[in-house]
Design a protein around this ligand. Structure first.
Ligand SMILES: Nc1ncnc2c1ncn2[C@@H]1O[C@H](COP(=O)(O)OP(=O)(O)O)[C@@H](O)[C@H]1O
Ligand SMILES: O=P(O)(O)OC[C@H](O)CO
Length: 495
């Protein structure tokens, strides 16, 4: 029998990747391309949807060519993506009417204030599981319709389509122009009712978004359409938002199991089973995935700036040449670094939800050097993750026994040791830290009958465990300093 492969298209915030998996679920090869981050104004973040499509297709083609893959041996492709990022395009021309507005973008804070003034916070939480914040797609769609010339007229004529990045990719990859998304992505839009699994008419009215723009919502493991490539039809068998895909790839199938992904941001998700549980501690309720007729929910804590703070050290401050260097620099300093960096460059996400916080550095003295700033920036990733885990423990009522990690920055051993120390919890790092791609590959494999959900548990291998070594007093004292620093960054901007 000829070999069968699954390819995961992983469209992230800073790069597009294509990842090749064999029939045992082992990762064979990966191709990656970064693309431009566009910052037109302070607090605005955009991507060019055409560049996203181009880099995604190029990595797919490179993967096939560089590994001499016979196109017939590709059994299916899955799509996983940066979530919330919003594209609106003209369905007649296929051209976006504006750049993609990225999840980190803060321009719609004023629309959120209007929604809050109308006392919609309770309704939003009960029906979408979210908080009113510029993070989510709904207010971004409204902004595009309100600000792009002729957008409202085009929308009234039913000429416009909205999509998160998964939707944009599928529409472009399928000859039939399939306009679709999955439950996990829809649950990040602020306009999807996660109780009844339908677009929410009340919120669409409030935001003045016509229903004709919206994609059909399907389970995450589903035959969405076919990618027509060089005359061959490859089934698109899975779609999931990248954080939910990582939860699946980490085999967090049981209620109470959680993972934290250390990418551009940090995203802690805990499976809460088929029951929708609302947070009392600033976390979000989201759809983890849909398989056949079942929908599973998760609690989520999202930190906007995680690994992105390391990129800031490299590209903004220019005090390091590469992210990897931070491990060596941090190892040479004690973890009693008195400096705190709060990277609130895009406000603060969970559990604070402050669109007006700004980044700050605290504790500088005459002997502070650039290495202290590097170490403090790395530490901030662990402190922010601790904030999320404490909120999650309060909501679930049980302490987290061990934390599963993945994403680019989890390869930093000093960061993982500090995370274990500051949490006082064991950390499990899998052999394959590309859990996002793996998760959607499995969702795809399930659709086409290549795998079962149990195979994921069997195939999972732990590469390393980190156990806490820090004493209690030091841990408490360090974390107290962090909370003080957070307090001082909150509500900084009054725009
Ligand atoms: N060794 C490292 N130490 C600290 N941060 C790292 C390291 N390697 C990568 N990163 C950070 O992790 C992020 C990349 O992780 P990745 O999972 O690829 O992100 P994304 O999917 O969000 O684009 C970057 O922001 C980078 O700065
Ligand atoms: O692209 P990532 O991996 O940083 O993920 C972004 C998240 O999906 C935003 O919610």
């Amino acid at each position: 029998m000829s070999k069968k492969y699954i390819i995961a298209l992983d469209q992230g915030t800073t790069s597009s990747r294509s990842v090749l998996f064999d029939e045992k679920g082992s990762q064979i090869a990966i191709e990656q391309q970064e693309f431009e981050q566009i910052f037109p104004k302070s607090g605005w973040v955009e991507h060019d949807p055409m560049e996203i499509l181009k880099t995604q297709l190029t990595t797919f083609e490179n993967l096939i060519e560089n590994n001499n893959i016979d196109i017939h041996s590709i059994a299916g492709i899955g799509i996983t993506n940066q979530r919330e990022t919003t594209v609106v395009w003209n369905k007649k021309t296929g051209v976006p009417i504006y750049n993609a507005i990225v999840w980190q973008d803060k321009r719609t804070a004023y629309i959120c204030e209007e929604l809050k003034k109308k006392s919609l916070s309770h309704y939003v939480k009960q029906n979408t599981g979210l908080v009113i914040d510029s993070y989510f797609s709904g207010t971004k769609i409204k902004w595009i319709l309100d600000h792009v010339e002729s957008a409202r007229v085009l929308a009234e004529n039913e000429d416009l389509l909205f999509g998160t990045i998964d939707t944009w990719l599928v529409w472009n990859l399928t000859e039939k122009k399939v306009h679709v998304t999955d439950y996990s992505n829809a649950s990040r839009t602020l306009i999807f009712n996660i109780k009844i699994l339908k677009w929410d008419d009340n919120l669409l009215d409030e935001l003045d978004i016509p229903k004709s723009m919206l994609p059909e919502v399907k389970p995450s493991s589903f035959h969405f359409g076919d990618f027509e490539y060089n005359g061959h039809k490859i089934p698109i068998g899975g779609i999931a938002g990248d954080q939910q895909a990582a939860l699946f790839g980490q085999a967090c199938f049981k209620k109470g199991e959680a993972k934290n992904t250390y990418g551009t941001g940090c995203f802690l998700l805990m499976n809460t089973g088929k029951k929708m549980q609302l947070s009392e501690n600033g976390l979000l309720t989201t759809i983890a995935w849909g398989i056949e007729d079942n929908v599973y929910y998760a609690l989520e804590g999202s930190v906007f700036i995680g690994g992105a703070a390391i990129q800031w050290l490299r590209d903004g401050l220019q005090i390091i040449d590469s992210a990897h260097e931070t491990e060596k620099i941090a190892a040479e300093l004690t973890d009693e670094n008195p400096v705190y960096v709060v990277p609130a460059f895009a406000g603060l996400g969970a559990p604070y939800w402050d669109m007006y916080a700004k980044g700050a550095i605290f504790g500088l003295t005459r002997d502070t050097g650039k290495n202290h700033i590097v170490r403090a920036t790395l530490d901030s990733i662990a402190y922010q993750s601790k904030d999320l885990i404490l909120a999650m423990e309060q909501d679930s009522g049980v302490p987290l026994k061990s934390l599963k990690v993945d994403g680019g920055a989890c390869n930093n051993n000093v960061l993982m040791q500090f995370q274990s120390d500051i949490l006082n919890t064991e950390i499990e790092r899998p052999k394959n830290t590309e859990s996002t791609a793996l998760g959607v590959a499995y969702l795809t494999g399930i659709t086409i009958g290549l795998w079962k959900q149990e195979d994921i548990i069997i195939n999972k291998k732990i590469e390393r465990k980190f156990v806490p070594k820090m004493d209690k007093n030091k841990r408490n004292q360090l974390y107290k300093g962090w909370k003080k620093a957070i307090k001082r960054t909150m509500n900084w901007s009054d725009e």
